[in-house]
Write a protein that binds this ligand. Structure first.
Ligand code: GTP
Length: 598
């Protein structure tokens, strides 16, 4: 199709505001998927395996839309990840578009993440089409939300689309507005090829499939290609478009969105943000803004049973096939034996990986408390980077420890102003500024150490604001901090996997809280177990888990054998998530205890 009849756009929305529902409606209205397939999709989304859904699987879909003016348009809808940790991926997806639908739930209003992504879209010069969704709900505050959007974007409230994606109300207007308001792509057909990779997935037959937006030039299946930043050369296995399944085509041109199946075996050779060009006539330079993903949060992942180590390794390798931002390397812990030190883009990313290992790979794992990466300046002047408290050298050798600080943005109803301020202050945050995007809501900006954000911050924010606050964060810089290692000794032995790095002012309080928490969590054994916390070489707190007297089977004396078996079975199951440390059994929760201290 000629460029004038192409529209490339994405949807910016907060989780649950209705992005997938609207996307599905558009696919249906344009006949991209049939009503029957739609039913299957709806059925799919009802079971646990929501990942199977069409819109969720394909992160770019081509639709052909017959507009009211009688002409056909090619609409390319590009998906953007919804989580804060993926803002780089979002920025690349935005670069592939000329416009964005801003979908806002009429009962909720604009949330912090949406705002952050909206700013990214404005930075990328996209045309924003605001849409208020869920107008069918009785609790919808349509006019209020329209006023908020007006304040934010200057668009007249009466011009803002009001829809119900679920009921299918006014969805046709969304398609019309996309055609009218969003400009067609620019790009020079005769220039050397520049294709932006905005996503990828691994296919066992075609290798890594790069999702591309062609900025300039053309690409054919016979062209020899080069990834400009990684310097990897390929002969494409296939090129095509998503409609919504992969459909091969003979050519992709400037303005088009589609895929290039590379035949590559790992996504790390085919990076999001990289530029693909041809070898015979390469582009002078790659498209701007390419970055290597940088893990910010680290944790140890260990199999509960040592024999599962290989399975865990394989599972991580498989996950990495589709997720170049997941990094891991083998690690040995005294307490937990063999496992992996893993790096994640952020907390949410870590949770996703943990859940997938458990759900999709059915692995029993122990995850240690997350840590950030510290810069440690030694007395010799040498700077080392550590991402595990166990790696921290002895205090006598350390001149300074620096930790990552973030810019944190929170949007909350004004009623919760006080409690949010208190929470951030307690977590060593520094208030910077406030704005009122709407009269009843305040947007607060802070600086805060990342280490404070990764310990249960989001959950506490949610519970303090009854779920109404939303947050967004990004890296600011490294700053020196008065930090020290808090160690835990169980039965007199230091347990490396329980060590954390804390601010010195909080060490005493945290040490005490941790010991009393561990006392609750560590089950009674056949002997007394001493739990101690120490910082800077001094014991700051201790407690005893008293010995267990009763045998579990005692009450079954004379009882029947099946009952006995059941009890033993139950005990065994309970053990699955335990780790033997020395001769003490420590449950998974203990390793995460540091997250739940108050
Ligand atoms: P994630 O996939 O989690 O990012 O959410 P999403 O933004 O894609 O939202 P999704 O489309 O899954 O919708 C979230 C919930 O809102 C679902 O239960 C939908 O059925 C519901 N929903 C979406 N649009 C509407 C609407 O117009 N009206 C009503 N009443 N509910 C809607």
């Amino acid at each position: 199709m000629d460029k004038e009849h192409i529209r490339n756009f994405c949807i910016i929305a907060h989780i649950d505001h209705g992005k997938s529902t609207l996307a599905d409606r558009m696919l249906q209205l344009t006949g991209t998927i049939s009503d029957r397939e739609m039913m299957d999709q709806v059925l799919d989304s009802m079971d646990l395996e929501r990942e199977k859904g069409v819109t969720i699987k394909a992160s770019a879909v081509r639709m052909i839309y017959q507009a009211k003016n009688g002409e056909s348009y090619e609409l390319n809808l590009i998906d953007t990840p919804g989580h804060v940790d993926f803002s780089y991926e979002v920025s690349r997806a935005l670069m592939a578009c000329e416009g964005a639908l801003l979908v806002v739930d009429a009962t909720q209003g604009i949330e912090a993440q949406t705002l952050a992504n909206l700013y990214l879209a404005l930075d990328a010069d996209l045309v924003i089409v605001p849409v208020i969704n869920k107008i069918d709900l009785p609790s919808a505050r349509v006019d209020e939300v329209a006023e908020d959007i007006h304040n934010l974007l200057g668009i007249e409230p009466e011009k803002i689309l009001r829809i119900s994606a679920k009921e299918g109300i006014n969805v046709d207007q969304v398609l019309e507005t996309v055609v009218k308001e969003i400009p067609p792509p620019k790009g020079d057909l005769d220039a050397p090829l520049q294709a932006l990779i905005f996503d990828s997935h691994y296919d066992s037959y075609k290798g890594v499939v790069a999702y591309v937006r062609v900025m300039d030039g053309k690409v054919n299946p016979t062209d020899m290609l080069r990834m400009m930043s990684t310097n990897v050369d390929i002969r494409p296995v296939e090129i095509g478009v998503f409609s919504p399944d992969m459909r091969p085509v003979k050519e992709l041109q400037a303005g088009d969105v589609g895929y290039i199946a590379t035949g590559l075996k790992t996504v790390s050779e085919c990076r999001v943000g990289d530029t693909i060009t041809t070898i015979v006539r390469p582009a002078e330079k790659p498209l701007p803004g390419f970055r290597h993903p940088k893990p910010m949060v680290f944790a140890g992942i260990y199999p509960v049973e040592g024999e599962d180590y290989e399975d865990l390794k394989e599972a991580l390798e498989k996950l990495q096939l589709n997720d170049a931002s997941l990094v891991f390397e083998p690690e040995k812990s005294q307490a937990l034996n063999f496992g992996f030190r893993c790096g994640f883009l952020g907390l949410f990313h870590m949770e996703i990986i943990q859940e997938r290992l458990e759900r999709e790979y059915d692995l029993d794992i122990v995850v240690t408390a997350p840590s950030v990466e510290y810069e440690v300046v030694l007395n010799s002047g040498e700077v080392i980077r550590i991402d595990s408290p166990a790696q921290l050298p002895d205090e006598s050798q350390i001149a300074e420890i620096r930790e990552p600080w973030m810019i944190l943005q929170i949007i909350t109803p004004v009623d919760y102003y006080g409690t949010v301020m208190e929470l951030v202050k307690k977590r060593r945050g520094i208030f910077k500024e406030q704005e009122y995007p709407a009269p009843t809501r305040v947007q607060l900006t802070f600086e805060i150490p990342l280490s404070e954000l990764i310990v249960d911050f989001f959950d506490e924010l949610k519970s303090r604001t009854r779920g109404y606050a939303s947050m967004d964060y990004h890296f600011a810089d490294y700053r020196p901090g008065n930090l020290t290692k808090l160690e835990v000794l169980v039965g007199g032995e230091p347990v490396d996997a329980l060590a954390t790095i804390v601010h010195r002012d909080n060490a005493y309080h945290k040490g005490q809280a941790l010991v009393s928490k561990l006392k609750e969590l560590i089950p009674r054994q056949l002997f007394d177990v001493a739990i101690q916390a120490s910082a800077s070489g001094r014991i700051i707190s201790r407690a005893n888990v008293k010995a267990l007297r009763k045998d579990v089977l005692a009450k079954c004396y004379g009882g029947d054998i099946t009952r006995k078996k059941k009890l033993l079975e139950k005990q065994k199951r309970g053990k699955r998530r335990m780790k033997m440390v020395g001769n003490v059994e420590i449950p998974q929760e203990a390793f995460m205890a540091i997250l739940r201290l108050e």
